[in-house]
Design a binder for this molecule. Structure first.
Ligand code: SF4
Ligand code: SF4
Length: 647
């Protein structure tokens, strides 16, 4: 995160007379972060963040803090019950300062009196801090006295402009980011923490390191804005200080008393109470004659700023503002603090300190600080988001099914926004997601369940259809195998040789008769490759023989009953296409086999009869007789030939 230093020297060069020039930019990690592993998506943080600095991510629905929009108030940190939100720890930084060998001063917020009620005497508390290794332990109360005096001057020297106090860093940040038009109304006075740093450096040397200890988390970022005499090297919250006491086993009972190092404060000890600053400088809060209104707590602070922005001409008062209900309830204090008990502890402490108050010494210290520059500037950092057009808001409301809420300012607030309309605006601004609405999510969930149910039913019926189809296909395959086995068995029974080849003249099927007709060499191949499956026809047959198959493949027409010389034998070959230019089949008959020879003779005889029948009839007709006799005679030859074959 980029943070800016303010220069005191160039007040007139900025847009507003009170805005100073940026000197440099330094980087630091974000003040707050959310652990997505711990987050339970309750959106309490979203609900409590008044500046919409928490965006809920669309994909994960997890909240993320947007550092540029955050004012460091710590409300989300307090609201998160599973402790998923943490702030930037300074513990390691402080340990390193202690180990550096340089002198380190602790400056303590007077709110210690409200926080450490378990420590019986503030002097024990001072000693415990010294035992951590701090060279000096100084009260911020003195810085409060200085700052309060500046406010008294500002308010009493009224020049027509009303001011807002700038002691609470969350308030300053809120105005810089969300009411930049009020920057010129922020009192140009440093906070007591920064004033005390200047005092300590003036008294204890420029090189001294300073660690501020207080109840405020936002002070960690405030400290980063100052340098030189005003530099704060680290800021510890009370919670972090307690952790250090525990880690180093520092217990009150083991220690003696020790006093704060000078300069000591006066009524500045009242600062943790919201109007403590005014009371420190005896600035009148009289309802009739006073010119300052004090507002504390988140809602009052926002209302006061908003009204000041629009009605200052009628309000005609300065406003003393704190985000929390006084620093004594700051987010860096222990959780569960009771406000009025703390209030009493603070006033008791102030009274106790005042019992030993040395006015001369205090005045002398005040006088020695008269040369300190306690002024400061502010920087506009406008984070306001444009309000989306009404049509967009209405579209979003329609999308989440809340269109009737378009003019309404109410809602169930479970999304984290005060009304459905505000929620719709946040969605349109990219800060929220529709899933944050329980009603929308519930409806979506129902639809999802219904869709899932329908999909499951479809899936089940598809699976059943698939099962049936697989079953059918298996049956068909089994039938095909069976049929193929039958055909193969039938082919094996034939006297004629049968061969089927593919487009490359590779044998797909050959029956035993074919192998036998081809002779010994083919029989040997059959022993290695049963049925000659895959054998190359060209390697088994002479060229003139296999050319018949090539011809049929290319010409896609049959060759019937072709006599082919094969070795010493004579074969009668028919080749025909089985699938155009893909598969051809061949039937080969050994003409020297008696069965074939007879069949062949019969066929030839029938052909002779058929071919000559017409001629014979014509001759018989011409002769007037004899045709029937000729037919009878030829049929007798065939029959006698058949009967011979049976013998
Ligand atoms: S408060 Fe915010 S960070 Fe904490 S659990 Fe709820 S949603 Fe998550
Ligand atoms: S610290 Fe305050 S401003 Fe920042 S995210 Fe939390 S609630 Fe919002």
């Amino acid at each position: 995160m980029g943070l800016l230093f303010y220069s005191k020297k160039n007040k007139s060069s900025a847009q507003s007379a009170d805005i100073f020039v940026i000197l440099s930019i330094m980087t630091s990690s974000a003040l707050f972060r959310i652990s997505h592993n711990t987050c339970i998506k309750c959106y309490s943080c979203v609900r409590i963040c008044v500046v919409k600095a928490i965006r809920v991510e669309v994909n994960t629905e997890l909240p993320t803090i947007i550092p540029e929009r955050c004012i460091g108030c710590g409300s989300c940190y307090r609201a998160c019950s599973p402790a998923a939100i943490s702030y930037r720890s300074s513990i390691q930084e402080v340990k390193e300062l202690m180990a550096s060998g340089q002198k380190v001063a602790a400056i303590c917020d007077p709110a210690i009196s409200g926080e450490f009620r378990d420590i019986t005497d503030y002097r024990k508390f001072v000693k415990m801090i010294r035992n951590l290794g701090f060279a000096y332990v100084i009260e911020i109360s003195f810085g409060v006295d200085l700052v309060a005096a500046e406010y008294k001057k500002l308010f009493e020297d009224f020049r027509g402009k009303y001011h807002i106090t700038a002691n609470c860093p969350a308030v300053v940040s809120f105005i810089e980011k969300y009411h930049p038009s009020l920057i010129s109304n922020l009192a140009p006075i440093v906070s007591p923490m920064i004033a005390t740093a200047s005092v300590v450096r003036q008294r204890y040397g420029q090189d001294i390191k300073i660690v501020a200890i207080g109840p405020c988390i936002a002070a960690k970022d405030e400290a980063l804005k100052f340098e030189g005499n005003e530099r704060i090297d680290s800021v510890l919250t009370f919670t972090e200080l307690r952790n250090l006491f525990t880690e180093f086993d520092i217990q009150e009972s083991h220690l003696e008393f020790s006093e704060f190092d000078p300069p000591l404060g006066n009524r500045g000890s009242l600062y943790p109470i919201s109007n403590g600053l005014l009371q420190s400088a005896v600035i009148s809060e009289d309802l009739l004659g006073g010119t300052v209104i004090t507002a504390e707590g988140r809602d009052n602070m926002i209302r006061a700023v908003t009204e000041f922005d629009t009605r200052v001409d009628l309000i005609r008062r300065h406003i003393n503002l704190f985000y929390d209900e006084g620093c004594l309830m700051g987010p860096g204090t222990s959780a569960g603090g009771e406000k009025f008990l703390r209030h009493t502890l603070v006033t008791d402490y102030a009274n106790k300190r005042l019992m030993t108050f040395d006015a001369d010494s205090w005045q002398s210290h005040i006088n020695s600080c008269s040369g300190l520059d306690l002024s400061r500037g502010f920087l506009a950092d406008d984070q306001r988001l444009p309000i989306p057009p009404d049509e967009t808001i209405e579209d979003v409301l329609k999308m989440i099914g809340q269109q009737e809420q378009s003019d309404n300012t109410v809602g169930c607030e479970s999304c984290g926004y005060p009304s459905c309309r505000e929620f719709a605006i946040a969605i349109a601004q990219g800060l929220a997601t529709t899933e944050m609405c329980h009603i929308f999510s519930g409806r979506n969930r129902q639809q999802y369940i219904q869709t899932l149910r329908t999909t499951n039913e479809k899936l089940a019926s598809t699976q059943e259809a698939l099962r049936i189809s697989e079953e059918q296909s298996r049956h068909e395959k089994e039938s095909q195998i069976e049929e193929s086995g039958l055909i193969s068995a039938m082919l094996q029974q034939l006297v004629s040789g049968v061969v089927i080849v593919d487009e490359n003249l590779r044998i797909l099927h050959a029956n035993k008769a074919f192998i036998r007709i081809l002779g010994e060499e083919a029989a040997m191949v059959d022993e290695v490759i049963p049925g000659l499956e895959g054998a190359d026809l060209k390697s088994l047959l002479p060229v003139h023989f296999y050319k018949l198959f090539s011809f049929v493949l290319t010409a896609d027409e049959s060759v019937e009953r072709k006599d082919v010389q094969y070795g010493d034998g004579l074969l009668n070959v028919s080749v025909f296409p089985l699938r155009s230019k893909k598969f051809v089949g061949g039937i080969v008959r050994d003409m020297f086999m008696p069965e074939v020879y007879k069949e062949h003779s019969n066929t030839l005889m029938r052909e002779v009869i058929d071919q000559n029948f017409d001629t014979v009839q014509k001759i018989a007709f011409l002769l007037g007789e004899g045709a029937a006799k000729t037919e009878q005679m030829l049929n007798a030859i065939i029959e006698s030939h058949k009967s011979q074959g049976k013998k």
